[in-house]
Ligand binder design. Structure first.
Ligand SMILES: Nc1ncnc2c1ncn2[C@@H]1O[C@H](COP(=O)(O)OP(=O)(O)OP(=O)(O)O)[C@@H](O)[C@H]1O
Ligand SMILES: [Mg+2]
Length: 418
């Protein structure tokens, strides 16, 4: 028998009623400044100006809520509490029953999750370290007033990698992120090279290319799990590639439901689908971009790439996907290019991930057909951070959470101090 009272049970109707107007629709309390930064960014994105966020423990927050008005949504942090359930029950005793409660903590076990969501009526639970895309994805549906479409279908997560401008490094990042997720982090991963004519994912990952992807786009009725099994080229045990190399003289007529049907099939087999999207303006790219759960925009430190990144961000605001694109600054430190502060000023925010300019490592990898992320180098460190930010996959606790730019900068400048 459950010892805990449900957070939205009718027994809470005797909680003190307050007829005060809502102070803030959303009140959030987190116990550490790193999580506070992540949460602030997501709340700003979803409900700018309509929330309060304080760095306080669960007990302190409970005291404060006892005195103040009740929000519509409460985000509370129970990390570090010896008795998190007791804390939440105390909290339940004074909340109005219709408050949506989102909880952050440090326990990762399924039992705890079940106790909170089923036993206590908590709407959602996330454990630390938090990152922006994870918070947006799981808390996002509760933070909007109805215009956010949560990912409802079960299956793999689709990450679309998009170069702000040709040559910014989208293919390099997509191929290496795919390899990292599959072969290092051991998640079943498909890299889909949507550049049907001149794609080079298979070159970077040292595999063959066939007509599989073209057929899938043109004739969706032929695509099923067996078709994928036959067409996907194996890079390793858990990373596959789907690509095509269409003759430049030929015209591909992509069926309107071709890309979406393909994705619905591969989502059943793979945990992650990394799509290398050739350029924003093409028809195929446009239809593919809308399928992505998370867009990752790659820019190099040049003015044209900066300008086009802003245009891509603006374009994605106009669709219904609430999650903003992740921004990756690639080739950082390339001689004669923009500085980090210039890029940050231009974007109005820091890039989420910074990849240094590493021509030697990447040229050698390209020529030899092995992914650069296989080596133990600073390129791999950046891809690790990207995997954490875009896919919430972390093999290395040190690289998680914000502060990654600061850590990256420390490592980067250290190279010149030696
Ligand atoms: N961080 C980096 N440091 C140095 N060189 C890089 C870096 N990232 C990518 N490159 C190089 O830049 C070139 C272009 O990269 P890539 O093909 O990945 O770009 P792209 O944006 O996909 O280009 P396209 O528009 O042709 O699709 C390649 O030669 C690659 O090795
Ligand atoms: Mg490319």
């Amino acid at each position: 028998m459950s010892q805990v009272k449900s957070l939205d049970s009718s027994s809470l109707l005797d909680a003190p009623k307050k007829n005060l107007p809502y102070e803030h629709q959303i009140q959030a309390f987190v116990s550490d400044p790193v999580s506070e930064n992540v949460l602030r960014e997501v709340l700003d994105e979803f409900q700018s100006g309509n929330f309060s966020l304080t760095c306080q423990t669960c007990a302190q927050a409970t005291q404060r809520l006892r005195r103040g008005s009740t929000p519509r949504i409460l985000i509370i942090d129970v990390a570090g509490e010896d008795q998190p359930i007791t804390c939440l029950v105390d909290l339940a005793n004074m909340l109005e029953p219709n408050v949506k409660v989102l909880v952050i903590g440090d326990r990762q076990d399924a039992n705890f999750y079940r106790q909170l969501t089923r036993g206590l009526g908590v709407a959602e639970y996330l454990y630390k370290p938090l990152n922006r895309s994870m918070v947006a994805r799981f808390f996002g549906p509760f933070l909007t007033d109805g215009d956010y479409e949560p990912e409802t279908t079960r299956g793999g997560r689709v990450l679309g990698v998009l170069s702000a401008r040709g040559g910014s490094g989208g293919t390099t990042i997509a191929a290496n992120l795919g390899f990292y997720l599959g072969e290092v982090a051991r998640r079943h991963t498909l890299v889909l090279d949507a550049d049907l004519y001149t794609g080079s994912v298979s070159v970077l990952l040292g595999t063959k290319t066939d007509g599989g992807l073209r057929t899938a786009f043109e004739s969706p009725q032929r695509v099923d799990e067996l078709f994928i099994e036959r067409s996907a080229q194996r890079v390793g045990e858990r990373c596959d590639v789907l690509s095509s190399q269409v003759d430049l003289s030929e015209i591909v007529s992509v069926a309107s439901n071709g890309p979406a049907h393909l994705i619905s099939i591969v989502k059943k087999k793979y945990n992650f689908i990394i799509m290398d999207i050739p350029n924003y303006s093409g028809d195929v790219s446009k239809s593919i971009i809308d399928i992505c759960d998370q867009k990752v925009v790659i820019l190099d430190p040049t003015l044209p790439a900066l300008r086009d990144t802003l245009r891509i961000i603006a374009a994605s605001r106009s669709n219904t996907q609430g999650v903003r694109p992740l921004i990756v600054l690639n080739k950082f430190g390339q001689p004669g290019s923009l500085s980090l502060s210039e890029v940050t000023n231009g974007l109005g925010r820091q890039p989420d991930v910074v990849v240094p300019f590493l021509p030697k490592i990447l040229n050698e990898a390209e020529i030899s057909g092995y992914p650069a992320v296989q080596g133990n180098n600073s390129f791999k460190s950046s891809i690790e951070i990207l995997a954490q930010e875009a896919a919430s996959v972390s093999m290395n606790e040190k690289s998680s959470g914000p502060g990654v730019i600061r850590r990256f900068m420390a490592r980067f400048t250290a190279r010149f101090e030696k």
